[in-house]
Design a protein around this ligand. Structure first.
Ligand code: ZN
Length: 344
């Protein structure tokens, strides 16, 4: 056998081995790449165009008084369904509903709305510890982080309140200032829950100081920053903080888009692209908000302004369709896929 044939055989074997390894890794990846919607698991690749931070219903009455008696599901569906159909027409496939328990989370309502609209909805587990703990149930103040996490993990493993609806992420909230004891506890509980479930942690945060304090807590628990969505990061004016967090691996969410914010969002997107960090950016409106107790649920804000104002402005400013795909499809797929993100 001449040398050329031996060499080409060796090449073939090497290629074959690499290809097998590739297939193996792909199959591992497929197994892991799932996102949990209120209608069940889907492959992360099926998430499609996504609004990653919106609310269909929020009840501000407080943890001691809220409950499903506060609204009529049929009435809410009647009011909210057209807004979901509107974004469906625009090509959106998924809306992440960020209302935690004790402030209006209603998985059954979300299931009805998802079934009737065809929009994939994702709900959460976790507690909202901002606003002086108004939305934390009484036991939240006395239990340990481990006990708190236990009930969140239970929802992730066994369904929310005995239903077959599972959370697709952990939603917490901290004060927009240095962390207090109750804030620390929910962050710790989120870390414990992440390690048990692989659900990403979305934290209503705002400014950089509490954001980096939370990343420090993640680090104490050996949870990687990529498990953390810095929510309402648009409240922070210092872009160097956004860059620092994104370089660590955290998700930076500018999630309060309104048309008068277009310029700032463009500026931020340009910066992140120049720094090669577009793969850490998440955009949304933080809109919606059917309000129980108000006539006909009060004034509902729809979810179309990103499509009407921001995306055209991004395209006019030199961003490409692949950039749009990155921000509204690839990034949410990566952020919300069930995956353990631990420090090595
Ligand atoms: Zn929100």
């Amino acid at each position: 056998m001449n040398k050329a044939i031996i060499k080409s055989k060796r090449h073939f074997v090497t290629h074959f081995l690499y290809f097998s390894l590739f297939l193996f890794l792909m199959s591992c990846n497929t197994k892991e790449s799932r996102v949990i919607t209120v209608l069940g698991e889907i492959p992360a690749s099926a998430i499609g165009k996504t609004l990653h931070h919106e609310h269909l219903l929020v009840d501000f009455i407080g943890a001691d008084s809220t409950g499903y008696h506060r609204w009529d599901r049929e009435e809410v569906v009647k009011k909210v369904l057209p807004y979901l159909l509107e974004i469906k027409k625009m090509g959106y496939k998924t809306l992440v509903e960020c209302t935690p328990a004790y402030i209006g989370r209603d998985p059954e309502l979300l299931k009805m709305l998802s079934e009737q609209s065809g929009i994939q909805l994702i709900t959460n587990t976790g507690y909202y510890s901002a606003v002086g703990g108004k939305f934390i149930p009484k036991h939240g103040f006395t239990e340990s982080a481990e006990q708190m996490a236990e009930s969140w993990i239970n929802e992730a493993k066994n369904g929310i309140e005995g239903s077959e609806i599972y959370p697709g992420f952990i939603k917490i909230a901290v004060e927009r200032r240095p962390l207090e004891a109750i804030n620390r506890k929910v962050v710790e509980a989120a870390c414990i829950t992440h390690k048990a479930t692989g659900l990403v942690i979305m934290s209503h945060t705002g400014l950089a100081v509490p954001a980096f304090q939370q990343l420090e807590i993640l680090n104490n628990y050996d949870v990687h920053p990529s498990a953390f969505i810095w929510t309402h990061a648009d409240n922070e004016k210092d872009y160097t903080k956004h860059l620092e967090a994104a370089k660590m691996g955290a998700w930076v969410a500018f999630d309060k888009f309104q048309p008068n914010q277009t310029e700032r969002f463009i500026e931020f997107t340009k910066l992140m692209k120049t720094e090669g960090l577009l793969n850490k950016v998440l955009f949304s409106h933080d809109a919606g908000w059917y309000s129980p107790g108000e006539p006909d649920g009060g004034q509902f804000r729809g979810f179309t302004e990103i499509e009407e104002f921001l995306i055209p402005a991004l395209l006019e400013n030199g961003f490409s369709q692949p950039d749009i795909y990155q921000i509204f499809t690839a990034n949410p797929a990566e952020a919300f896929k069930v995956k353990l993100r631990l420090n090595k």
